[in-house]
Design a protein around this ligand. Structure first.
Ligand code: NAP
Length: 240
């Protein structure tokens, strides 16, 4: 049976690697994105994966976006909540807009997207939901109270929804990546990045494919006994 998978922020960075890995494994993939049409077009031409533009921080857009995906690919079986942004700043300089944008895009998006697919998953007695958290949601990070709060929220969200979904064969898990080589991390100054790499036992930052491998594992039909868990993929940077 071909499973339909939606990857938010699925056209570049970690999401791109996840979309490609799921597609290669035989899933029918819908890659969502927010605004970078040029990148989405290039991605779709290169991979053959369908793209869907909508803002995951907007509840109504998510509902309409999922309706479109269902119409063109079928009901959603696998949802990867990957889209995320940073708007860094220390608390005494952070504006409400910086706070709100990160909470809405990184955390409320999980509610918006899960709400839009959960009824079909319940009706079909199958679902795989994978939320992308962050090591910075587990350990905290200077200048990221907004990001750390949103990512930490994802881990609680994951466990609560896992309890709700279990009886209907809907598993809900999180992946907490460490630093991964994407546009998001390219924004980190080189000196800061060197300091970060010095704290990573494997002495490198991750590749997007390192995270995609974990998603593929959790998305499988055979992963039905894994729910409410978080897989840390961080080169040993944070262990607990
Ligand atoms: P990225 O390279 O900046 O890509 C972000 C993706 O999310 C893009 O496809 C972007 O679409 C999409 N997006 C952003 N806001 C959106 C919105 N409102 N609605 C729909 N799509 C939206 O990010 P990344 O580094 O791959 O990160 C992916 C996820 O992993 C994020 O949740 C991030 O917090 C998490 N993470 C990353 C790292 C890291 O080191 N990179 C570490 C830990 C966790 P457009 O292309 O249209 O802009």
């Amino acid at each position: 049976m071909t499973r339909v998978a939606v990857v938010t922020g699925g056209t570049r960075g970690i999401g791109e690697a996840i979309s490609i890995a799921l597609n290669a494994a035989g899933f029918l993939v819908a890659a969502n994105y927010a605004g970078n049409d040029e990148r989405a077009k290039e991605f779709s031409q290169r991979t053959g994966i369908a793209t869907f533009k909508f803002d995951v921080s907007d509840f109504d857009q998510c509902e309409r976006g999922i309706q479109k995906i269902c119409q063109s690919l079928g009901p959603v079986n696998v949802l990867v909540n990957n889209a995320g942004i940073t708007r860094d700043g220390t608390m005494h300089k952070m504006s409400f807009d910086q706070w709100d944008a990160v909470i809405q895009t990184n955390l409320s998006s999980c509610f918006n997207m899960c709400r839009a697919v959960i009824e079909d998953m319940r009706d079909n007695c199958f679902g795989r939901i994978i939320n992308i958290g962050s090591v910075n949601g587990q350990a905290g990070q200077y200048g990221q109270v907004n990001y750390a709060a949103a990512k930490s929220g994802i881990h609680g969200f994951t466990k609560a929804l896992a309890k709700e979904g279990a009886a209907k064969n809907i598993t809900v898990n999180a992946i907490a990546p460490g630093y991964v080589s994407t546009d998001m991390v390219k924004a980190v100054p080189e000196k800061v990045l060197d300091k970060i790499i010095a704290t990573i036992p494997v002495r490198r930052i991750g590749e997007a494919a390192d995270i995609a491998r974990g998603v593929l594992f959790l998305a499988a039909d055979e992963a039905g006994f894994i729910t409410g868990s978080t897989i840390d993929i961080n080169g040993g940077q944070h262990m607990y």
